[in-house]
Design a protein around this ligand. Sequence first.
Ligand SMILES: CC(=O)N[C@H]1[C@@H](OP(=O)(O)OP(=O)(O)OC[C@H]2O[C@@H](n3ccc(=O)[nH]c3=O)[C@H](O)[C@@H]2O)O[C@H](CO)[C@@H](O)[C@@H]1O[C@H](C)C(=O)N[C@@H](C)C(=O)N[C@H](CCC(=O)O)C(=O)O
Ligand SMILES: Nc1ncnc2c1ncn2[C@@H]1O[C@H](COP(=O)(O)OP(=O)(O)OP(=O)(O)O)[C@@H](O)[C@H]1O
Ligand SMILES: N[C@H](CCC[C@H](N)C(=O)O)C(=O)O
Ligand SMILES: [Mg+2]
Length: 498
Amino acid sequence: MIAKELKALVTLLPNANVISGELAHRIEHLVYDSRAAQANTLFVCLAGAKVDGHDYVAKAHEQGAVAALVEKDVAAPDGMTIIKVPDTRLAMQSIAPYFFDYPAQKLRMIGVTGTNGKTTTTYLIRHILQTAGYRVGLIGTINSYIGDRVLPVKNTTPDVIDLQSLLRQMADAQMDYVVMEVSSHALALGRVAGCEYDVGVFTNLTQDHLDFHKTLENYRCAKAQLFAMLASQHGKQGSKAAIINLDDPAGQTMIQAVGKVKVLTYGIHQTTDILAQDIDVQAKGASCRVRTPQGDLALQLKITGIFNIYNMMAACGVALAENVPLATLRSALESFRSVAGRFEIVDAVQSFSVIVDYAHTPDGLENILRTVGQFAKGRIISVFGCGGDRDKTKRPIMGKLAAAMSDIVIATSDNPRSEDPVQILKEIEVGIKEGLTTNTYEVIIERREAIKRAISLAQPDDIVIIAGKGHETYQILKDKTIHFDDREVAREWIQEMK
Ligand SMILES: CC(=O)N[C@H]1[C@@H](OP(=O)(O)OP(=O)(O)OC[C@H]2O[C@@H](n3ccc(=O)[nH]c3=O)[C@H](O)[C@@H]2O)O[C@H](CO)[C@@H](O)[C@@H]1O[C@H](C)C(=O)N[C@@H](C)C(=O)N[C@H](CCC(=O)O)C(=O)O
Ligand SMILES: Nc1ncnc2c1ncn2[C@@H]1O[C@H](COP(=O)(O)OP(=O)(O)OP(=O)(O)O)[C@@H](O)[C@H]1O
Ligand SMILES: N[C@H](CCC[C@H](N)C(=O)O)C(=O)O
Ligand SMILES: [Mg+2]
């Protein structure tokens, strides 16, 4: 069992002040949420976006917490140790890796960052490494995995305590590798403190999350932190590498951040170490030839779209850096099937196609619509919305793109969260009106009804694209979260209308 002396934890915090109580406690649980407190717990108080953890000190104590780490004055419950630091988030980042015995040092750590393609690329890398015979842990948007054991997730990149705890479980389960999505939120908020990366991957940088980062420049700098970490951490054995998409202008920023670490570049339009040529995108897969420093690969993939050629090359870069033999790499890439909710085909034996995809950014939507446009024989009918409490500026941009690239657009709700769905749709509609030519659009607030309408309009050979929610099995409304699955709903309506 993991346990540390409180005194030893405090030693890691040079600016700590013991306000009350004693340090002679053995800490068995480190938590940032009072609801998880139990006996022998150290509760870290964080001022959050919704509530302030400092208001829950008494609650944590009632549940058995013996100590609290605070950055504000709090009333100390009788007998509870209160330790004050200038910044609890930073303090938490200093103690969590030590508390869990630095698990990242026992694992080969691969971090994937970028606006789009992180989940797909991590699944590709996991599949290649497993095919090569390694034990692989994965952390990301849909689930985490320890080998084949599935664990639920709350965030794409968990906060530092949850992350270090998960890495500890992965190290204890003898994983060779951990491949994880590293979100820009995680980099900006220091969630990845203690992750000593061996390989960093950059997929791309396009607009998203401006609600959080404010400017694209801040967003780019957040992403670059992964590569700065790679350059500055020297504690581990083994070689390091950065795998960079050079077709994206921000790739240069990542290369600058990575210093002397070995870089493997990939792309289609630049001279790169890994280069895809003769690309042929079809409905059910894509073929291409990939030049690599270790030799050429002629590939017939089960995933499609130019964007997936990029994801595939990013994964190739990791495999080459990790010395996976070319023949193993080839067979892994060719046997890889798509990730849930990414270009997922809903087949209920109908005469038209229905594709559910997780495109929730302008670039994602543009890519998916362009891909479909490359092989569509009939019309493209797109159903999409934009999430509430997220970057508002992407709404009209996505509206315009959808209108310009579809024959029929049906704008609907994504996860409205605390916002008014009608208002979100108004912001999308501004863009739709700009992008329309001779085509048409409708606004249908209820997503279930929007999907029904799209399916009722579809004729043989048409393609219905339902974008934005992909694998999600819920819809977050103002007052509740309901079960909702685009794939299920599409299937129901197809059956009903037969
Ligand atoms: C804006 C944001 O990032 N919020 C994160 C933040 O929550 P918060 O600041 O709202 O927390 P809060 O609810 O105000 O609570 C403050 C503190 O009081 C504590 N508390 C609260 C209630 C209680 O009874 N007792 C208690 O102790 C909470 O545990 C917390 O420590 O801290 C939580 C714990 O780490 C995160 O789960 C939460 O992510 C929310 C769910 C979220 O939606 N985040 C998104 C924006 C996000 O991080 N996305 C990125 C990736 C996106 C991408 O891939 O494109 C991600 O990595 O997931
Ligand atoms: N390399 C890429 N470039 C641009 N768009 C992509 C790329 N890969 C995937 N997409 C689009 O983005 C969507 C999300 O893909 P994926 O889940 O792999 O990205 P992600 O970076 O993990 O997203 P998130 O930030 O939500 O975790 C896909 O459904 C597809 O529409
Ligand atoms: N990781 C992304 C996912 C967006 C998915 C979309 N369905 C939404 O809810 O906006 C985010 O949190 O911004
Ligand atoms: Mg993801």
